[in-house]
Design a protein around this ligand. Sequence first.
Ligand code: SF4
Ligand code: SF4
Length: 330
Amino acid sequence: MLDASNVLGVIQKKDKVAVKMHFGEEGNTGFINPEYAGVITKEIAKKCASAFLSDTNTLYPGRRIKSDEHKKLALEHGFTKEVTGLDVIIPDDTKKENKAEIEINHRLIKTAKIVRLFVDAGAIIAINHFKGHILTSFGGALKNLGMGCATREGKLAQHCDVAPHVIKENCVACGACIKVCPSAAIQLINKKAVVDKAKCIGCANCIGACQTMAMFVFTESGIAVQEKIAEYSLAVLRDKENKSGFISFAVKINKECDCWNMENPRIAPDVGILASNDPVSIDKASLDVVNKACGKDIFKAAHPNQDGMVQLRHAQEIGLGSLDYELITL
Ligand code: SF4
Ligand code: SF4
């Protein structure tokens, strides 16, 4: 597939290549098999001056919130140099030198906050896991780029008009969410957590803290988040014209993303691996082939409140890529 698609043809011998992927939260099993990733990364390494595997730290509490633990977890999940041929670099985005501000002056995002190493790389190859997502219905190349390359501040900016929703029957009034909320947006009323949407800054800390899954459904502004993801993706690729490639694994298609610290239900059969140099086309093609295999819009069935096409339509509108594609099956 790598040869037939020539997806790595954008890499030149002089390039330092950032390979962006998601190593999976602790307890998650949906992340891409490191040995599959290794087939790709070893090909990348042959074509360039240097390459590294990377991801950014999370907004919510967990082992991936800090660089050292995040890297350890990636190695524990099998993304070792022996398997992939590359070092894992997780930049500490609390340090000024690891942040970059990219002006794009779009409708929702004026200046995007991106982890600098993706901005400085000569080329980006994103290895994406195509699966369901609580907020964007499905996540693929755009999610991996837009949210995945952002600093924590950038992630917050993409989430910031989204307040979590409390599923009252799951709330046991433990108060854990209140302790981690940085903006005092949660209080207990009649022994149930209640979020003050005016105060919530969308940091998602409470979602990570809640052990009973009472605090996890984002329902209100999935549209804005998806459009921001598209605009952030544009910022990540601003200086990468003909210098980016996307490989999406439409396998282990779970209802939720690889940030979940647990196994979650598979909603579709394994379909295959896709490659393209257009991040919009590859997401649309991934969506179509998975839905075709299921005989229905499986992501709509899994997340009825979200329309994942929002991110793709907006991405096409702002010139990031095309919803059209020609699918060549090998
Ligand atoms: S952490 Fe969860 S269970 Fe505890 S009070 Fe908050 S919403 Fe309720
Ligand atoms: S209520 Fe809002 S601000 Fe408070 S922890 Fe949850 S997401 Fe963050």
